[in-house]
Write a protein that binds this ligand. Structure first.
Ligand code: FES
Length: 155
């Protein structure tokens, strides 16, 4: 059977202990683990889907859902926490309608909560696609998100 995961999976011997390595490779290449990839591994290794699924959900670095085009990281380190990270988080939940680990329906934004982003002097801080936004207020947040939405609409 020819398949887009063939090359990746067949690099490894048909042994159960390579399951995680295969999943990691697929995550790296694809950004997430599609169901078909798990099915392919399950067939190749002759292991039940439940085993593959369990591994894929157990490890935090693996994701079963595609990430949004823009990944928003909200810092919840000590400095940011003291300077209002909670209200930033709440406001983002309102604006985007998603919780951490989720992606908006239009596929534009994913949300992650992280520890110190190394820019405590700018607390509270968020990062969108490696761009830092510091000393953020709730009001600014809305316009920052709108910029990204606007970039989509107007190119
Ligand atoms: S605690 Fe947020 S950047 Fe350090």
């Amino acid at each position: 059977m020819d398949h887009m995961y063939r090359e990746l999976v067949h690099k490894y011997p048909k042994e159960k202990r390579y399951t995680l390595a295969m999943l990691q490779d697929i995550q790296r290449q694809n950004g997430f683990i599609p169901k078909e990839a798990m099915e392919y591994i399950s067939e190749y290794l002759n292991l039940p889907m439940s085993h593959i699924y369990h591994l894929a959900t157990f490890y935090k670095a693996l994701s079963l859902k595609p990430k949004g085009k823009y990944v928003i990281k909200v810092c919840n380190g000590t400095a940011c926490h003291i300077r209002g990270a909670d209200s930033i988080k709440e406001e983002l939940y309102n604006i985007l309608g998603i919780k951490p680990g989720e992606t908006t329906e239009d596929g534009l934004f994913s949300l992650e909560i992280v520890n110190c982003l190394g820019a405590c002097a700018l607390a509270p801080v968020i990062v969108i696609d490696n761009k830092y936004y510091g000393n953020l207020t709730k009001e600014e947040l809305k316009s920052v998100i709108d910029q990204y939405k606007g970039a989509e609409i107007y190119g």
